[in-house]
Design a protein around this ligand. Structure first.
Ligand SMILES: [Fe+2]
Length: 303
């Protein structure tokens, strides 16, 4: 089965410190502001209409993962499969007026996904402003109490493909149609969002990020390094909204049509196998290991 999803669409968060988070999106990660209202702001780093959506709210919680389906037929197929899999369909009203068709559903653990028709490519390729300027929002890594079960649901409903897994399914990496090694990762833990990843042009951007955070009295919480599965470079920091942002580059593209998932890799106790988690040797910090963001209670979205 071919994936019904081409790539990661957007990430949406509720933030209590809305104005600070908007400023930081513009000045640290360096996103282009598409729309900045009193209670909602849309950002992108390329021509796609929205890659990050911030909502003013009472608490900082993750709201939804947008996944870009190929077309209307793919969205309708996903809606049918979600129902067939017994998953709760929350809404069929797109969360943004620019989205033609979508279905928002919940995994059995409560992760919220909106599978939507492609974001319009209606923004400028380059833009002014401070911050580092990523290339795109690249992947998300969810926390799940049963990663294998959630991976099974996402494979059945969305057609995501298994790229790699650890021996006890402590981490599972799933890819979409763009063949990036992972668009959705699953990490064993309390249900929620673990991290959101932005792709950068290269390693030198991490140096700029580290220096920029330093000027603000902030810091990188893990990295730089290179992950095993995915082969991607990484640095992580916690943004103003308390979400863990990964800055990445050089993610593996799986372009082998005959690719089969590789043998499961042993993560070691508490992710201590550096060949898996960081081939350069530095193991995850306590902050990275303990990071957690809840999903907001699902709500019917309106355009
Ligand atoms: Fe990641």
């Amino acid at each position: 089965m071919q994936p019904s999803i081409y790539r990661l669409g957007y990430v949406a968060m509720n933030v209590a410190n809305f104005d600070e988070c908007v400023r930081e999106a513009q000045e640290v990660i360096g996103l282009n502001t598409v729309e900045a209202g009193k209670d909602r702001a849309l950002f992108t780093s390329n021509q796609r209409h929205a890659e990050m959506i911030l909502h003013r709210a009472a608490a900082n919680e993750f709201r939804a993962v947008g996944l870009e389906a190929y077309d209307v037929a793919a969205v309708d197929r996903i809606a049918e499969k979600a129902k067939a899999a017994g998953l709760k369909v929350i809404s069929t009203t797109p969360s943004l007026p620019v989205i033609e068709r979508s279905v928002t559903f919940m995994t059995s653990e409560g992760h919220v996904f909106e599978a939507h028709t492609p974001m319009p490519r209606d923004q400028s390729r380059r833009y002014a402003g401070g911050g580092i300027h990523p290339r795109c929002v690249d992947h998300v890594n969810l926390a799940a109490s049963d990663p294998a079960k959630i991976a099974g649901e996402l494979r059945a409903v969305l057609g995501l493909k298994l790229s790699d897994r650890t021996t006890g399914d402590e981490i599972v990496w799933l890819r979409a149609g763009d063949n990036r090694h992972h668009t959705v990762g699953l990490l064993k833990g309390k249900t929620g969002m673990h991290h959101i990843s932005w792709e950068f042009a290269g390693f030198s951007e991490f140096r700029r990020l580290g220096d920029l955070l330093d000027t603000m009295g902030r810091r990188i919480v893990w990295g730089p390094g290179r992950h095993g599965p995915g082969d991607n470079l990484f640095s992580y920091y916690v943004d103003a909204g308390g979400f863990l942002f990964e800055c990445t580059a050089e993610m593996e593209i799986i372009d082998d049509l005959g690719f089969q998932p590789r043998p499961a890799v042993d993560p070691g106790e508490n992710l201590s196998n550096y060949r898996v988690v960081n081939r350069w040797g530095q193991l995850p910090s306590a902050e990275w290991m303990g990071h957690h963001n809840n999903f907001a209670a699902p709500q019917t979205t309106t355009a």
